[in-house]
Design a protein around this ligand. Structure first.
Ligand code: NAP
Length: 286
């Protein structure tokens, strides 16, 4: 039986991944309560204690605006932690699957990014994740899975935030000039188990199918929830975030298709499923 350690196991993706584990896999979930991976010795201790065949590294500081305000903390949590984990994996020779992001790209190419397109992060979160990628790439048995715009049943996410806000407001203003591919954690989780068990190395782009703006995603979510809130498009400049974000950074999933794997669901289908299956919970918690 393969033993697979999942870091960030209590996060949005980590929870989905642990729940989707095939019966043949012995999952070792770890999170910040088991040790801060950015501290020397923590990763090495976890790896030597559990001797995993593979690690899926989901742990990260994902508060993008927080990373902009505190770039040192972003580097510590996302880059240093990943470097220490990669060193620990190198020592025992296990496989390391690292979850990365479209934020390693500047979003200026005008077409979906392929795995070998030139990177160029616009913000400290993207820089810290890219430094993590470079550490992971030194391992002989690694896969860097870049994904995008995650949402799902466990954890804070854009779709849930929109639905909660839509219940108490007549109108919502949502950014309409940033484009990507929304990705449902539960769909991604199933694909990640295939990646973990495979010998695919290098970089792999994996997202939901299709491309939309935050505004289009919000409009679909509100409609599927049966709410009448008006969703109004605004520019990212009008929103006024502290963080520069890529304007157009969908990730082309061609390599995944070339490996003979089925695409993740189209974003509209997955988002509609998520809204219909969680709206009851979201209303109860609002
Ligand atoms: N969310 C997205 O839209 C998105 C898009 C593309 C890629 N990704 C990548 O996908 C992965 C999963 O994202 P997610 O949204 O599921 O993240 P998440 O919900 O924020 O979960 C991350 C988990 O990692 C833990 N963690 C943070 N720093 C740690 C450290 N130094 N040591 C040990 N544990 C630590 C967090 O604990 P605390 O909560 O206590 O800090 C949290 O439980 C991340 O690598 C992220 O960069 C996310």
């Amino acid at each position: 039986m393969a033993r697979v350690m999942v870091t960030g196991a209590q996060g949005m993706l980590g929870v989905a991944l642990c729940l989707a584990a095939p019966p043949s896999v012995d999952v070792v979930p770890v999170d910040i309560n088991d040790g801060d991976l950015s501290q020397p010795g923590v990763a090495a201790k976890l790896i030597s204690e559990h001797s995993p065949d593979a690690v899926v590294h989901c742990a990260a500081w994902t508060d993008v605006d927080g990373c902009t305000r505190d770039p040192d903390r972003a580097m510590t949590n996302n880059a240093v932690a990943t470097e220490l984990l990669a060193q620990a994996c190198m020592a025992i020779g296990n496989r390391l699957v690292y979850i990365s992001t479209d934020y390693v790209f500047p979003g200026t190419l005008g077409r979906p990014y392929r795995e070998h397109d030139r990177v160029g992060p616009l913000n400290p979160y993207g820089e810290s994740k890219l430094r993590g990628e470079r550490a992971v790439a030194r391992l002989p048995d690694h896969c860097i899975v870049r994904t995008q715009w995650l949402y799902g049943p466990a954890g804070k996410n854009f779709v849930a935030t929109i639905l909660r806000a839509a219940q108490s407001r007549a109108e919502l203003r949502v950014v309409a000039d940033e484009y990507g591919s929304p990705t449902l954690t539960t769909d991604l989780a199933s694909a990640l188990w295939i990646v973990a068990a495979s010998d695919v190395t290098g970089v792999l782009h994996l997202t939901g199918q299709g491309i939309c703006s935050w505004f289009q995603l919000a409009r679909l979510a509100v409609r599927e929830a049966g709410l009448t809130t008006r969703v109004c498009p605004i520019s990212s400049a009008d929103w006024g975030s502290v963080t520069s974000r890529p304007r157009y950074a969908p990730l082309a999933n061609d390599r995944w298709a070339d490996l003979g794997q089925p695409s993740l669901r189209p974003w509209q289908e997955a988002a509609a499923w998520y809204v219909r299956s969680t709206i009851g919970d979201l209303v109860a918690r609002a």
